[in-house]
Design a protein around this ligand. Structure first.
Ligand SMILES: NC(=O)C1=CN([C@@H]2O[C@H](COP(=O)(O)OP(=O)(O)OC[C@H]3O[C@@H](n4cnc5c(N)ncnc54)[C@H](O)[C@@H]3O)[C@@H](O)[C@H]2O)[C@H](O)CC1
Ligand SMILES: [K+]
Length: 528
């Protein structure tokens, strides 16, 4: 599903009127009606006598609020509109809808000074629902003065609150919050979700997100060349690698997972096992030779391979050729989990990356090795997925993790384009950017997944999906989604405190199952 900025939405809105001749007041009417329908569902269709307070700003978001007020009034609700503007300052469609509401005898209370707040504060005590139509996509920066006082007052009242299009106080483009912001129970956003609603901190203020069709022509949306997407179950289902009835394990690829060092054998074990769970036909974990025996006892389905090591027991430069030879029988490399930052191991990574003929997932210490010489990617290289967390991303581009977090989308997008890689930036709402500029935001996952080894599992899932023939960028996006679903199922069963990376492996089957198109009973029995 496309995600849009305020400017992109504004453009769609304008073109719907200028090119497709849909009057803007029709779009506003549709927007208001969709919110009314959502409110009706909230009250199990019984809105009569419900006390509903509607806070309207002076822009078109306020106009939507007035449409909502009119229809709810018609349906017998006890409606009060609090207007954060002088009626004569309203313009265009919002002004028209204000006048209609006034002609219908609707109750209207302008809030023009702090002395007008008390009436609203008392009404809030008895409200069944608050409708937030103060600011929409036209909002920038911080709410100050009276609007700030109103937003704070509404939040303190702690009533069920539906935000119209965007919670007021939130920047629709970035999800950043610089002042008070409505804490919505749910948000009804129009036409397409705004970016700021699905990335943090905005997502936490948005509550449950409903996307409402207001009649913007689908063709108009398709013609815009939008590049930012929200990952959905439908997209993931459509991209899930298929399985044939007459398949054998050779069909589903062979992952070589390279990593491990003393104290870090768990990381590579998690990666290798996750690759199998993700459906790879074969997985070989290649580790420093003194760890080989340990790995043999830790794993069952995973094959193992001992490699030359340094005095510190990490992979040495002599491992280069054995790795390349092994890769002749494999169709994807997962590189980095538990690798260590031993100088000779760093050199190995730097020599290996330009020699690859198969796609690779580059994670953890392999990313840190890359950060020591980003120029490695300047020449020709095979398809790569890089999976940094914000700290690793910061090292790759020579900045701080805080700066990366401030501009997650742009950072990921820029790096993917510049270095021609698929870049997966971890964190709440993982971002996957493709070299061609297409960018995906993953809505699944939870804070319980911030636990040791969680990233190693993700690396394995992505490698396992590439092994089955997915494009690396597609595998990264699908992998992020599945990893998050496994985490969400894990949280539901175990709670987010206790969740460990190993648990993710156990919930991956259900995460996949969720996406598999049910083919009925496998043997075909019972089918006509
Ligand atoms: N997407 C569609 O097709 C439709 C959207 N609709 C609704 O229209 C709003 C956007 O309306 P707009 O008039 O552009 O802006 P707002 O209502 O959000 O009003 C902003 C208002 O506030 C001022 N402002 C901006 N920042 C601040 C600030 N920090 N402090 C105080 N005031 C601020 C700004 O100058 C404006 O005056 C969209 O969200 C939808 O709800 C239509 O209904 C049609 C269909
Ligand atoms: K709003």
């Amino acid at each position: 599903m496309y995600l849009v900025t305020a400017a992109e939405m504004g453009q769609l809105d304008r073109l719907a009127s200028s090119e497709y001749l849909i009057p803007s007041i029709v779009l506003m009417e549709n927007a208001g009606l969709r919110v009314v329908e959502s409110i009706r569902r909230h009250f199990q269709e019984r809105v009569k006598n419900r006390r509903i307070l509607i806070f309207c700003g002076k822009g078109n978001n306020g106009g939507d609020g007035l449409v909502v007020a009119r229809h709810l009034l018609n349906q017998g609700a006890e409606v009060k509109v609090f207007l954060l503007a002088r009626p004569e300052d309203m313009r265009g469609d919002a002004r028209t809808n204000l006048e209609i509401y006034q002609k219908m005898g609707g109750r209207l209370y302008p809030i023009l000074g702090e002395n007008h707040l008390q009436r609203a504060d008392i009404a809030l005590l008895y409200a069944d629902l608050v409708v937030d139509a103060i600011f929409g996509t036209g909002f920038k920066g911080a709410a100050l003065g009276l609007p700030a006082s109103v937003i704070t007052m509404i939040n303190k009242a702690n009533r069920h609150t539906v935000a119209v299009d965007v919670p007021s106080g939130l920047e629709a483009d970035t999800g950043r919050i610089f002042g008070p912001c409505i804490q919505a129970t749910w948000t009804v956003t129009f036409a397409l979700p705004k970016l700021g609603l699905v990335v943090e901190p905005g997502a936490s203020f948005t509550g449950r997100l409903e996307v409402a069709d207001i009649g913007i022509p689908r063709k108009l949306v398709e013609d815009q060349g939008l590049k930012t997407h929200l990952l959905t179950a439908d997209w993931c289902r459509a991209n899930l690698p298929g399985r044939k009835t007459d398949a054998h394990k050779g069909v589903y690829g062979h992952v070589l997972a390279v990593g491990g060092s003393p104290g870090l054998t768990g990381a590579i074990t998690l990666t290798a096992t996750a690759a199998l769970r993700a459906g790879a036909g074969l997985v070989t974990a290649a580790v420093p030779k003194s760890l080989h025996e340990i790995l043999e006892t830790k794993t069952t389905e995973v094959m193992t391979c001992p490699l030359p090591e340094t005095a510190a027991g990490t992979l040495s430069r002599e491992a280069l050729n054995p790795i390349l030879e092994r890769l002749d029988q494999c169709n994807v490399l997962a590189l980095g989990p538990g690798l260590s930052r031993e100088p000779a191991t760093v050199e190995l990574v730097k020599e290996l990356l330009p020699h690859l003929k198969v796609p690779a997932v580059v994670d953890a210490d392999a990313l840190n090795a890359l950060a020591t010489d980003p120029g490695i990617l300047a020449g020709n290289h095979g398809p790569l997925v890089l999976t940094p967390h914000p700290g690793e991303m910061a090292r790759l581009i020579g900045t701080t993790a805080a700066r990366v977090q401030e501009e997650r989308l742009e950072t990921a997008r820029r790096y993917a384009r510049e270095w021609r890689v698929a870049l997966l930036l971890k964190g709440a709402r993982t971002i996957v950017a493709w070299p061609d500029g297409q960018t995906f935001i993953n809505p699944t996952g939870n804070p319980g997944m911030a636990t040791a080894g969680s990233g190693d599992v993700l690396t394995g899932i992505i490698a396992g999906l590439i092994a089955q023939g997915l494009e690396p960028g597609t595998a990264a996006a699908l992998g992020a989604y599945l990893h998050g679903v496994a985490g969400d199922l894990g949280r539901a069963a175990l709670g987010q405190h206790a969740l460990m990376a190993g648990d993710l492996l156990n919930f991956l089957p259900a995460a996949f199952r969720n996406l598999e198109v049910d083919a009925g009973d496998a043997a075909g029995l019972g089918r006509g």
